[in-house]
Each structure stands twice: as structure tokens, then as C-alpha cells.
Design a protein around this ligand. Structure first.
Ligand SMILES: Cc1ncc(COP(=O)(O)O)c(C=O)c1O
Length: 383
């Protein structure tokens, strides 16, 4: 390999590579919106919602301004608030628990499974008992399909049903993945996703969506996303938000959805190649039975005793960026450390925060770049 190739920087996520493929179609779609001028609730919003429903299998899709709003809106629609507990994993992006606290309820953090990084059913059961002991009323559980892999929805649903909780799936990273052959968007009462640009299906700004089979809930969500409006524009019947998805972002997402299946397959090919090249050097992510992933992140665990900062620096010196999701689990962060954690504590979340690191992952990562990354990782762990 010549020096120039060796030092060329590899992007962590390459949005510009996708633009080369569908940039013209996106430019035309944006230009259509600029010409019809229906920037709010334009026809593309309705079209996108119908296409997302067809893609996921959910009956109703309500788009909104972000993944955080998507979570919050469902909690608001269900009247979750003060005195209620919502169980969620601690090893996740902060928005999962943040939405609960914004709704006025108490997030109760539970641990995750060591191999899938997703919610641990045994810890969930303990967390429900913890919430009750603290005098809180457990209302909901938010499993997260972390790094793109579907959570164990059978176990979560069984526990939620037995305890009378509703399930709000946080598929901000996992939309497009499936569990036992069913796409995310069809589990629990509702599913929230994010279209943040770095997500597997991302727009060119902020955006999100909620998926549900419950027609009444979908109506309430449509009201909440516009200040709690009713049929009469000047009679607001509940508290709401300004939480619409812009028409321009909807137009962009329609074009991106056309290539999404293909991109998911490409991400899976990268993940398979990483696994065969790295499986005997580091702990590579594994898919649990019945689960698929859209590989929002490719997150490895370093061998015990590896200096993670040194590892990242060694890769950076070779033009290979890395990222750590998450250096702190939610219960370890300043804003959240006073919220309860499930009995038995969260040792797995804490361990993962110490030893995970994510490698470049996107649908346009070519084999030469993958080989460079594999060689660099192997070199850095054996150094
Ligand atoms: C697991 C998870 N939940 C929720 C969100 C929030 O999405 P947004 O950034 O669109 O508000 C994210 C975004 O990073 C996420 O990763």
C-alpha cells in the first residue's frame, strides 16, 4: 500500500458518498418543495408517512421534528407524568431517559445484556420492583434497539404485559431492523425513530417519526405535534409542541427511503467482513437469535487491559476515526445521577462504558477501507 493511500482519512460516516448516488434526485425533490412553497405539512409529509407505514408494516405513522420529540409525544399522549416510573436502559443515548424526565415522570435505569447491549429482561423485572418500592407507579418501558440491533421484544413484551406497562420502542438507531421477521415499528404500543443525519435513515437536519397501530393514539399525536390543536384551529384541547417534520426533510427522506433496503444490505456486508477480520482480536458485536441490525454503529469491545485512548490514537494516526458510544451510561451523567437505578445496580452498563469503541460504518465503506481498518485494529491491539 503506498503512503498516500495509507494516510488518506476514512470518514466515520460518509454522507457525501450517498449524495453521489442520489444527490440529483434529492436536489430535484427539494426544488419541487421550493416551487410549491408548502413548507409546513406539504404533500411530501403525507406521502412519506404512507411510505414509512408500508415499509415498516405499522398502520399509522406520524412524522415529527426529532427522535426526542417522538418519544416525548407518546409519553404526553399517554398522560405519563409526576409519580410515574418509566423503565429504560442506562446504556443508551441520553434522549431515551431525557424524554421521560421532560414529561415529568421518573426514569428508572436498568442494565443491559453483555452481548447485545440491549435491555436485560432480568434487570427490567428488578427495576419494576425498585420503582414500586420507591412509591412510583410503573407505567411504561422504553427498550432501545441500540446500535441498530433489535432488542428482545418477546421478553420485554411479556414482562410489560404481566405488569400492565405499555412499551414504547426507541428505534432511533434501529429503524429498518427486524425482530423474528417483523420490522421495528410494529412492536409495543408505539415506536419512535430519529432521522438525524447520521442515522441509518437520516435527513439533512432534524426529524423523527412515531409508528403505531393505535388509531386513537395517532390522532392524539397529530394534535400534540401542533400545540394540541383540535379540528377547530383556535380551540387547543391539550398541551402540545411545535413538532412537525419540515416538508423539505420529508422530500429528502422519500428519496433516501428508495435506497434504504440496499444500504441496509451494504451495512450488513461491512459488518460481516469486520466480524470475520476482527473476531479473534477483539469482541465483535453479535446478533441474537431472531434479531437483525441496521448497524447504526459497529461497536467492538477491547481486550481487558487495553488502553482505549491509546488504541484510538493509533487508529487516528492512520487516518481512521473512532467514536465512543457511550463513555458514561445515563445513570453516571450529571443530569441523571439522582434518578433511581434497578436493584442489583448496573454493572454491565458501567463495564461497557469503559471498554467499547465504535469503528467507521456506513453503506459506502469500500473493501479497501475495510481492510485498512481491520489491519489497523489488529495492529493496535497486539501492540
Ligand atoms: C437511542 C436514541 N434515542 C433517541 C434519540 C434522539 O433522536 P434526535 O436526535 O432525533 O432527537 C437518539 C439520537 O441520537 C438516539 O440515538
Amino acid at each position: 500500500m503506498n503512503q498516500q493511500l495509507r494516510s488518506q482519512a476514512i470518514p466515520f460516516i460518509d454522507i457525501s458518498a450517498q449524495r453521489q448516488r442520489i444527490g440529483k434526485a434529492i436536489d430535484e425533490a427539494v426544488s419541487r418543495v421550493l416551487n410549491h412553497c408548502q413548507f409546513i405539512n406539504g404533500p411530501e409529509v403525507t406521502q412519506l408517512e404512507a411510505e414509512l407505514a408500508a415499509f415498516s408494516g405499522a398502520r399509522h405513522v406520524v412524522t415529527c421534528a426529532s427522535g426526542t420529540d417522538a418519544l416525548l409525544m407518546v409519553l404526553m399522549a399517554k398522560g405519563v407524568g409526576r409519580g410515574d416510573a418509566v423503565l429504560c436502559p442506562s446504556f443508551t443515548f441520553c434522549a431515551t431517559g431525557e424524554a421521560v424526565a421532560l414529561a415529568g415522570a421518573t426514569p428508572v435505569f436498568v442494565d443491559v445484556d453483555e452481548t447485545t447491549f440491549n435491555i436485560d429482561p432480568a434487570s427490567l423485572t428488578r427495576g419494576i420492583a425498585t420503582a414500586k418500592r420507591l412509591g412510583l407507579k410503573p407505567k411504561a418501558v422504553i427498550p432501545v434497539d441500540l446500535f441498530g440491533q433489535s432488542a428482545d421484544h418477546d421478553s420485554v413484551t411479556a414482562i410489560a404485559d404481566a405488569e400492565g406497562l405499555f412499551v414504547l420502542d426507541d428505534a432511533a438507531q434501529g429503524f429498518g431492523a427486524s425482530f423474528k421477521g417483523r420490522r421495528l415499528g410494529t412492536f409495543g404500543l408505539a415506536t419512535a425513530t430519529s432521522f438525524f443525519p447520521a442515522k441509518p435513515l437520516g435527513c439533512f437536519g432534524d426529524g423523527g417519526a412515531i409508528f403505531t397501530d393505535d388509531a386513537g393514539l395517532a390522532d392524539t399525536l397529530r394534535s400534540i405535534r401542533v400545540h394540541g390543536q383540535s379540528g377547530d384551529k383556535y380551540d387547543n384541547v391539550r398541551l402540545g409542541l411545535t413538532a412537525r417534520l419540515d416538508t423539505m426533510q420529508a422530500a429528502i427522506l422519500i428519496e433516501k427511503l428508495r435506497v434504504f433496503e440496499d444500504e441496509i444490505a451494504a451495512r450488513n456486508a461491512v459488518a460481516e467482513r469486520y466480524a470475520s477480520g476482527l473476531g479473534n482480536a477483539v469482541t465483535v458485536p453479535r446478533l441474537a437469535a431472531g434479531c437483525s441490525s441496521v448497524w447504526a454503529q459497529y461497536t467492538i469491545r477491547l481486550p481487558k487491559g487495553t488502553d482505549r485512548d491509546g488504541f484510538a490514537a493509533a487508529l487516528k494516526a492512520q487516518g481512521i476515526p473512532t467514536s465512543i458510544y457511550y463513555t458514561k451510561s445515563m445513570h453516571q451523567q450529571t443530569a441523571y445521577r439522582d434518578f433511581p437505578v434497578a436493584d442489583g445496580d448496573l454493572p454491565v452498563s458501567e463495564r461497557l462504558s469503559n471498554d467499547v469503541i465504535s469503528l467507521p460504518m456506513h453503506a459506502y465503506l469500500d473493501e479497501a477501507a475495510q481492510d485498512r481498518i481491520i489491519a489497523a485494529v489488529r495492529g493496535a491491539v497486539s501492540a
